[in-house]
Design a protein around this ligand. Structure first.
Ligand code: UD1
Ligand code: CA
Length: 457
């Protein structure tokens, strides 16, 4: 089939400079969600009709399988679809989706396509409809006494009686493509909005003897569109609730399914526990028995089996081995690789560094652009001075080094294996294996010192 996604509308009620279809849901543009669903149906042609913010929309979703048709003036949904006509394969049906309706499932669209396929001798015209408690604002499905669809009437053009119809047009349709050009050309704009309504095409389909069928989604939320920030926020919650449900179904323990946000993909092993208010972005994998404390942000990372991540830990573009212990308040920045059983404690920042098996940095340190061996203990307040004001340099620390508290390692510098660095040392020259390294300082104690006292006013 062809798939056409209508995405030319402005989205006035978003009150934003960003075109509506580019507003993010779960961290990605609304339109990207619709494109993902469309792709699962393996369309012969995939066309996006753009208009408002056309350049931005094109740049955001450009891909080899996507073609764009530009609707220069927004003259209605029928006029929008007409812009895509030259790009369609007329030998297969055309499915029309909306760029601002992000949660439609592929299974629902397949059901609609199947219903249209088996409709009769002539190709069917399928409409996805849903019955709402409050149908206000939507186009209504008008049926005859026998229950056959006769036409669709927009809210603004409907009579009192028609407005009481609860079955609405979701806007998603599938139509035979060959007669579409003549049907669209025959549309008139003598209606309340002065627009060329795609909804009027159904009357031409009926007149031409094409059977009209309807199908319904599994879930009402699949048909909800975004016109305002309120609706965007509602759909974000629906999306996140669905993600939480699938995690629960897969056996993940969530402290509160309503307090997790996944903006990307989260793949979990067995017996994973996730506490409240965690945010996962990009592709994140948590192996078996990982536990995540509250308020963690984890972006584009792989966490090894049995690792415990305590509260308020931030991880970005990092790999963490098995049985590691991180946080609370640890920060792993891009390019961090931790081997198994590494401990990274509170207020420790690690960037672009490899930390070997069983090494520990438990308090208040910065380890950047470094290669740290196995079994290393990094004392509190250790800093790799990796930046000379112009360039970054590497610090290399061998296995079983003991780094005393408040040490500065001025890179580039290499510390051999088994070295002991005394507390408060500035290391700016390479150190050979098994040395004790310290800066000579002296401690002076003087008697008779009187501390200043605050003057009374
Ligand atoms: C449309 C349907 C209505 C249905 C409702 C479901 C028509 C005439 N009405 O109404 O029956 O109940 O959707 O949400 O089709 N668009 C363009 N170019 C245009 C106009 C619209 O690309 O010239 C795009 C919009 O970006 C949007 C979609 O088409 O993605 C729907 O347009 P919108 O104006 O929201 O249609 P509604 O009035 O809500
Ligand atoms: Ca709408």
């Amino acid at each position: 089939m062809n798939i056409v996604i209508l995405a030319a509308g402005m989205g006035k009620r978003m009150h934003s400079a960003l075109p509506k279809v580019l507003h993010p849901l779960a961290g990605r543009p609304l339109l990207s969600h619709v494109l993902d669903t469309a792709r699962t149906l393996e369309p012969t042609r995939l066309v996006v009709v753009i208009g408002h913010g056309a350049d931005a929309v094109r740049a955001a979703v450009a891909a080899p399988d996507v073609q764009f048709a530009v609707q220069h003036e927004q003259r209605g949904t029928g006029h929008a679809l007409a812009q895509a006509l030259p790009l369609l394969d007329t030998s297969v049906p055309t499915l029309v989706l909306y760029g601002d309706v992000p949660l439609t499932r592929a299974s629902t669209l397949k059901r609609l396509a199947d219903a249209a396929r088996v409709a009769g001798e002539k190709a069917g015209y399928g409409i996805l409809t849903v019955t709402l408690d409050d149908p206000a604002g939507y186009g209504r499905i008008v049926r005859d006494a026998a229950g056959k669809v006769v036409r669709i009437v927009e809210q603004k053009d409907a009579s009192e009686a028609e407005r009481r119809i609860a079955e609405i047009n979701t806007g998603i349709i599938i139509t035979p493509s060959a007669p579409l050009a003549s049907w669209l050309a025959a549309l008139k704009n003598d209606n309340a909005q002065g627009e060329f309504y795609l909804t009027d095409v159904v009357e031409h389909a009926i007149a031409a003897g094409h059977p009209v069928v309807t199908a319904q989604p599994d879930d009402e939320a699949e048909t909800l569109g975004v016109n305002s920030k309120q609706q965007l926020a509602e759909l974000e919650r629906v999306y996140q609730r669905n993600v939480a449900e699938s995690l629960l179904v897969a056996g993940v323990t969530l402290a509160d399914p309503s307090r997790i946000d996944v903006r990307g993909t989260l793949a979990c092993g067995r017996d994973v526990f996730i506490d409240v208010n965690c945010v996962f972005e990009g592709d994140v994998t948590l192996a078996d028995n990982v536990t995540i404390g509250p308020n963690c942000v984890i972006r584009q990372a792989a966490i090894g089996a049995g690792t415990r991540i305590d509260a308020y830990t931030h991880i970005e573009n990092a790999r963490v081995g098995a049985q590691a212990v991180l946080g609370p308040y640890a920060r792993l920045r891009p390019g961090t690789q931790l081997a198994d059983e590494v401990h990274v404690g509170n207020f420790v920042e690690i960037k672009n560094a490899n930390i070997g098996h069983g090494s520990k940095a438990n308090h208040l340190s910065y380890v950047g652009d470094a290669d740290v061996g196995a079994g290393v203990n990094i004392g509190a307040g250790t800093i790799t001075c990796n930046y000379d004001g112009a360039n970054k340099h590497r610090t290399v620390i061998g296995d079983n080094v003991f780094v005393g508290s408040d040490t500065q390692l001025v890179a580039p510098v290499r510390v051999g294996r088994g070295v002991t660095i005394a507390a408060g040392t500035t290391v700016w020259k390479d150190v050979a294996d098994d040395m004790l390294v310290l800066n000579e300082k002296s401690q002076v104690s003087k008697s008779g010192y009187v501390r200043p006292v605050k003057k009374k006013k």
